[in-house]
Design a binder for this molecule. Structure first.
Ligand code: HEM
Length: 160
């Protein structure tokens, strides 16, 4: 694994950074650009339908990059020998952040799916209950964690 990392280091680090850009950038664009535009829609049913649809597109786009982020991270842990280095605690912290972000993403997907089912049944209140928390708490939480992971990545990159 270390040999592969050394041979393809540029590609592996590039894919890692690109994945972070798409995952974290996608969430920021959704939460602070698209979301505000959806709030202009007066009908709660139509508003929730648009939010649910946009979230579905976002999740489909980010899932491959979430996986690429982890695979490239594993290559870097092995390639740099991070677990045996003085940077092991930062590496574990980044792994913990990825895990929380991933679990949070899975819960968001489940809530969105449930919200969409409620919308199809005409249950707007139920749908709102499922979808509202995603925009208010869960996406902002992943944005903050993502930015922290990027900061730790910058620290690692300038010290390795
Ligand atoms: C899964 C655990 C993770 C590990 C073990 C890990 C490890 C690393 C390492 C070793 C570097 C330095 C690469 C180099 O310069 O050669 C790095 C950079 C980076 N990481 Fe991670 N990372 C993880 C998760 C994440 C997450 C969740 C994000 C953001 C969502 C992220 C974003 C970045 C970025 C943007 C850089 C580039 C920073 C720079 O070049 O200045 N990483 N990461």
């Amino acid at each position: 694994m270390q040999d592969i990392f050394l041979e393809y280091k540029v590609v592996i680090v590039f894919l890692h950074v690109m994945s972070a850009v798409i995952w974290v950038g996608g969430m920021i664009a959704m939460r602070y650009a698209a979301h505000h535009s959806f709030l202009e829609i007066e009908s709660p049913m139509k508003r929730l339908e648009h939010v649910a649809h946009a979230l579905k597109r976002l999740f489909i786009i980010v899932i491959p990059f979430v996986i690429i982020l982890l695979i490239t991270a594993i290559f870097m842990v092995k390639g740099y020998g991070l677990s045996q280095s003085g940077f092991s605690s930062i590496s574990y912290l980044k792994e913990a952040i990825w895990s929380i972000m991933f679990v949070n993403l899975i819960i968001m997907i489940l809530r969105r799916n449930r919200g969409e089912r409620f919308l199809n049944e005409g249950n707007v209140v139920g749908a709102k209950g499922q979808i509202e928390l995603i925009g208010k708490v869960m996406v902002p939480l992943n944005i903050v964690l993502g930015i922290l992971a990027i900061f730790l990545g910058t620290y690692l990159s300038s010290n390795l």
